[in-house]
Design a protein around this ligand. Structure first.
Ligand code: SF4
Length: 461
């Protein structure tokens, strides 16, 4: 068990409901369509001068999948037509040219993340072509962090060797649950052997980090079955584990309509699944990083947290410091300075925009001074479980206690419940509050507060 985390079932029942993951602040539901291609172009230029220049991180969204997993909440296109990958790459090449025309092709890239969908839907030749496209548009640091999400079904040793040759050194593997009964219920049959073979191959080819994604709360999941999954995970000992809670929202995510409500574990079992996972990962030596993430103590994420340089971005936690992120591909999200930008979610709109020579922006937001102050508080809580009032006051030219007086009032309730401690200098999330750090961050989310006030107002009316 972790020394830094206390599991309190009562607190989890009260504070563990759905909430933003704060991979950005303001959160994506606040993006506006008034933020357009022109606004993005402005920020690309603005970050290209003198001290504004930051190292870049590239996120490339590769949306295709061979089959659909019923729990899926990603932006993906399920197709058997592999020739769609080549057409998509041609569009990506045009988008890269549009961005690098604004930024200049000499901008250093320290991190690349290929996500999806299923990036390995693309063949070896196509992934190589993608890397060539990126290297034409940017100055790729050969010693940078290159990460890829891999579906082990259909990926063998040669594919992993090829990825290593292209410079990939981090791999994320979707596991979810090894229980065959659960796998059938979510339409994702993936053997332990397939997962372990990819893990072993990544290690043989010197990948610096292997991540497993797990989900609790899936249909047909039982405590015994999930324990067996966790046993296997602890045997494989990936460097990182992401443990997500399944949120059943069939009106929003179409594939989830194929999941029968009566197959979902009741809240009591869901809590037991989470508790079991946390205990077993703790016993196996993992460090709890925060919001759904665990890492081996020697992994970069744990080291970055110890050294105070952990950050949070659209891919979760990052040890890469403060970079600007360029999102490429359909629905991709990037962030540059105070601006956050999302590309068109619809493939034909995305492609039409790029073909017309226009940055394919669907929406975005330019953070206000208030948003930036709140972003720094939320980042600090999410990454380090504490925030220095003085640092925020100095960085944002304000008096923390005055500025956040409403939030401090709300935090008093969380303090009474044992989630936080407060003194003149620090707000600190307690061991019992760490699993619920999202609820602490939500106190500082002005947009949520305004939403609650509007709801109260309309109820009164
Ligand atoms: S979970 Fe991943 S592999 Fe499954 S359908 Fe969604 S994007 Fe595709």
């Amino acid at each position: 068990m972790f020394s830094s985390v206390v599991i309190d079932a009562n607190l989890i029942a009260r504070y563990g409901g759905n909430g933003p993951r704060y991979t950005s602040y303001p959160t994506a539901d606040r993006f506006v369509e008034a933020f357009d291609a022109e606004a993005y172009r402005h920020w690309l230029h603005n970050r290209n001068v003198g001290s504004q220049t930051r190292p870049l991180s590239l996120y490339v969204h590769l949306p295709f999948c061979d089959t659909v997993c019923y729990y899926c909440a990603c932006n993906k296109i399920v197709t058997r037509h592999h020739d769609r990958a080549a057409v998509y790459l041609a569009t990506l090449a045009k988008e890269v040219a549009l961005v690098s025309r604004e930024l200049g092709a000499d901008r250093k890239v320290d991190q690349i993340h290929l996500g999806g969908g299923t990036p390995t839907f693309f063949s070896d030749r196509e992934i190589r072509e993608l890397m060539e496209i990126l290297s034409k548009g940017f100055d790729l640091n050969p010693a940078g962090e290159y990460a890829i999400e891999v579906d082990p079904r259909g990926v063998g040793e040669e594919r992993i060797a090829h990825l290593a040759e292209l410079g990939f050194n981090r791999i994320s593997i979707g596991v979810q649950d090894f229980d065959p009964e659960v796998q059938r219920a979510v339409n994702r049959i993936q053997t332990v052997e397939q997962t372990f073979a990819v893990t072993d191959a990544a290690r043989r080819h010197n990948f610096r980090s292997v991540n497993y994604d797990l989900i609790y709360g899936l249909p047909r999941q039982t405590l015994e079955g999930f324990e067996r999954t966790l046993d296997l995970v602890c045997k494989a000992l990936p460097d990182r584990v992401a443990l997500y809670s399944y949120a059943h929202l069939p009106t929003v995510f179409m594939p989830q309509r194929r999941i029968a409500l009566e197959d979902l574990p009741p809240p009591r079992i869901k809590l037991a699944l989470m508790t079991c996972a946390i205990k077993m990962l703790g016993a196996a030596g993992y460090v709890y990083i925060g919001m759904d993430h665990f890492a081996r103590p020697e992994d970069d994420l744990a080291l970055a947290q110890n050294q105070g340089r952990l950050t949070r971005n659209f891919q979760g936690y990052s040890s890469g410091g403060d970079t600007d992120t360029i999102g490429l591909g359909v629905s991709a999200i990037g962030s540059i300075g105070p601006a956050t930008i999302q590309n068109h979610k619809d493939l034909s709109e995305y492609a039409a925009s790029v073909d017309a020579g226009c940055l394919p922006v669907m929406r975005g937001i330019e953070a206000s001074a208030d948003d930036l102050a709140r972003r720094s508080v939320i980042q600090s809580l999410a990454c380090h479980f504490r925030v220095s009032k003085e640092s925020v006051s100095i960085a944002h030219l304000m008096d923390f206690d005055d500025y956040f007086s409403l939030e401090i009032q709300d935090l008093a309730l969380l303090k009474e419940d044992g989630l936080v401690e407060m003194d003149d200098e620090w707000i600190t999330v307690t061991p019992a509050g760490r699993l619920l750090v999202r609820a602490v961050c939500m106190v500082f989310d002005r947009h949520l507060r305004e939403g609650r006030q509007r709801a109260r107002y309309s109820r009164v009316m």
